[in-house]
Design a protein around this ligand. Structure first.
Ligand code: HEM
Length: 415
């Protein structure tokens, strides 16, 4: 990845269906940012690649995250189907605007404060140590299966006190669910998603009912019990929220650990540096998030006409109801903010300004948890093993919205 940074021709750069684009989107982002940073990619659809535009859009109250309520009606059957599905079910916190978003976010924020998450440190460390003990005995590690997936999955399951006996099913379910987030989604994908939801919802429903009757000391019980200023989560909101947490737990942190390890292997000097400086744990993770984050883009719908300045000073006006794709991965490689952006530099002074967790009111609720999991997993891995080598070329999931390595076989030898 990222070896050849030759810039593609300007025309039709935004084409996430192209295998080269999915394999390494960064040169394409560069080309767009430097030639057409406010790019019209179809009827009523825009792609933003400059840091400034992406950050301002995400932080602005003049945009909606509720696509179904705010986007212009479309004749596209995929858009119509998406709208139909969303209107039939409760929205997650991610798809809501204020004031509903504010209410839900207030109810769930407490469980995710940095201090609440920090209490999980010893448990996460012990899970990681067990995985690394096994790797040490075998002298091999399939990073995703043996570490990057099981740790976040176990953590979110324990946080919610969910049974882990259907782990494989839950995993394939969430993979189907996230497929519907891709830009080139088709109707068959929606059929598969609906089939998965038909299995998953009654399963979650059953667990929520059990917990209602016998509350425990877990996040799910806390959500059921929560009552603040007369507010509470109703059953449909609860299911939507638990689904979102599961998907986030499975599909994002796993890719931070996977993509992060690959980036480190491509920059062995940075592994050495991190190994010699355990104080870098947090900073290192921010740089890995900036360098190749798991979530590549997200969407906003303007509620009013919005002006963006193009390269030549020309003003481009985006209309209410248009779809604006904010490309987080492109913003994170904008040379106007990050010097020499394609270099992995764990000492970079402003890595923390990355937008990998977005920004504004929808800033990732699980950011502290993801950071902690990744810093323990990767920090422990590089401190335990002096030799970490790829046994074969890693394979990537053929996805762009959530981008990640899906298999990475490593040979490991202790220091
Ligand atoms: C490296 C891992 C992760 C990345 C890169 C990531 C990224 C993101 C991004 C970009 C958003 C905002 C999307 C938007 O504004 O449209 C978001 C929101 C969210 N994330 Fe994460 N996430 C990660 C891990 C997690 C984890 C582990 C959890 C929970 C256990 C989580 C829970 C959430 C929730 C609930 C929201 C919605 C917040 C809101 O709308 O107010 N995320 N995440």
């Amino acid at each position: 990845m990222m070896a050849d940074r030759s810039v593609p021709a300007v025309e039709a750069i935004w084409d996430p269906t192209r295998p080269e684009f999915r394999a390494d989107p960064y040169p394409f982002y560069d080309a767009l940012r430097s030639h057409d940073p406010v790019s019209s990619t179809g009827p009523d659809t825009w792609v933003l690649t400059r840091y400034r535009d992406v950050a301002e859009t995400l932080r602005s109250p003049l945009f909606s995250r509720d696509v179904e309520a705010s986007a212009k009606p479309s004749n596209d059957p995929v858009a119509q189907r998406r709208r139909q599905r969303r209107s039939g079910s409760a929205k997650t916190i991610l798809n809501l605007d204020p004031p509903d978003h504010t209410r839900l976010r207030r109810l769930v924020t407490k469980a995710f404060t940095p201090s609440a998450i920090e209490r999980l440190r010893p448990r996460i460390q012990s899970m990681v140590d067990i995985a690394l003990d096994t790797a040490q005995q075998r002298e091999t590690l399939e990073l995703i299966e043996d570490l990057a997936f099981p740790v976040p999955f176990q953590v979110i399951s324990e946080l919610l006190d969910m049974p882990t006996d259907r782990a494989d099913e839950m995993r394939s379910w969430s993979q189907v669910l996230t497929a519907s987030l891709e830009p080139d989604v088709d109707l068959e994908t929606f059929d598969r998603t609906d089939a998965v939801l038909a299995e998953m919802i009654p399963y979650l429903w059953e667990i929520i009912e059990q917990r209602r009757n016998a509350p425990g000391d877990d996040l799910l019980s806390a959500l059921i019990a929560v009552e603040e200023q007369g507010d509470r989560l109703d059953a449909a909101e609860m299911i939507a929220f638990v689904l979102l947490l599961y998907v986030a737990g499975h599909e994002t942190t796993v890719n931070l650990i996977g993509n992060g390890m690959l980036a480190l292997l491509e920059h062995p000097d940075q592994i050495e540096l991190w190994r010699s400086r355990p104080d870098l744990d947090e900073r290192a993770v921010d740089e890995l998030l900036r360098y190749d984050g798991p979530v590549q883009h997200t969407v906003r719908i303007p509620l009013e006409p919005i002006d963006y300045e193009h390269l030549d000073g020309r003003i481009v006006t985006v209309e209410p109801g248009d779809t604006v794709l904010t490309v987080l991965g492109a913003a994170n490689h904008d040379p106007a903010v990050f010097d020499d952006p394609h270099r992995l530099d764990l000492l970079r002074p402003n890595s923390h300004r990355h937008l990998a967790f977005a920004s504004g009111i929808h800033y990732c609720l699980g950011a502290s948890l993801a950071r902690l999991e990744a810093s323990i997993a990767l920090g422990s891995l590089i401190r335990r093993f002096g030799t970490i080598e790829l046994l074969s070329e890693p394979t990537w999931r053929d996805r762009l919205t959530i981008r990640g390595v899906d298999r990475m076989d490593l040979r490991v030898e202790p220091l």
